[in-house]
Design a protein around this ligand. Structure first.
Ligand SMILES: [Zn+2]
Length: 226
């Protein structure tokens, strides 16, 4: 909490893709979530940098991510990498080098809004991203790309998940704009009148002429002036 700068990247790349299942691709989902998280960090007034790499090999992607993170000031910085898990499980987990409390909080927050299993914080000191970034870092495995249930939920709740990540990391709530108000009950009232307009004229004579035609056809009418 109180980070001055948060770097965020979507894991893997189009040329060095991560996991995939049911036509879903990890790097595409990681980037969608990354974009939403960065936009929301900015919306709550936290500086955010995109450290995504589109390099063509897995090792080049990891090296470029770390390089982009470490090019940013170290003081007050948090480095975040977004991934989707695979391998037959379900739910979210957050991998960390030293930030156990933060990882625990982020994993809990995601599980709560998404409604899937909270696998919790996992220490992974050997992971390249966590080892090679000079600031505190976490790697979020948002859910399992090979779980149909997880993917259904992430498709429905991606905005809520991004909000939850931002709230857990910064302590700041993302402003959610209210949905458009529903028509009031008064509009549904049976006493309401539905009016039919047939024409609008600058010249009253033309209005009277149309009025006469309607009257001839047995349609009651009246003329108003605005
Ligand atoms: Zn991954």
């Amino acid at each position: 909490m109180g980070y001055k700068l948060i770097t965020v990247n979507g894991g893997h790349s189009g040329k060095a893709p991560g996991a995939g299942a049911f036509g879903y691709k990890e790097h595409e989902y990681a980037r969608m979530i990354k974009d939403k998280v960065i936009a929301r960090l900015k919306s709550v007034g936290v500086k955010a940098e995109d450290t995504t790499s589109n390099a063509s090999t897995p090792s080049a992607v990891l090296a470029e991510q770390a390089k982009k993170c470490n090019a940013q000031p170290k003081s007050g910085r948090l480095d975040v990498s977004i991934h989707l898990n695979s391998g037959g499980g379900t739910g979210c987990e957050v991998l960390y080098y030293s930030e156990k409390a933060l990882a625990t909080k982020v994993s809990e927050a995601i599980a709560e809004v998404a409604g899937w299993k909270n696998r919790g914080a996992k220490e992974r000191k050997e992971l390249y991203f966590l080892r090679h970034t000079s600031a505190p870092a976490i790697l979020i495995e948002v859910c399992f790309i090979d779980s149909k249930d997880n993917m259904k939920k992430i498709n429905a709740k991606m905005n809520d998940i991004a909000n939850a990540i931002v709230k857990a990391i910064t302590g700041k709530s993302v402003h959610v704009s209210k949905p458009a108000p529903k028509p009031s009950e008064k509009d549904d009232n049976k006493d309401s009148l539905y009016k039919v307009q047939t024409g609008a004229f600058k010249d009253n004579a033309n209005a009277e002429k149309l009025g006469k035609e309607l009257k001839k056809k047995g349609i009651s009418m009246y003329i108003t002036k605005k």
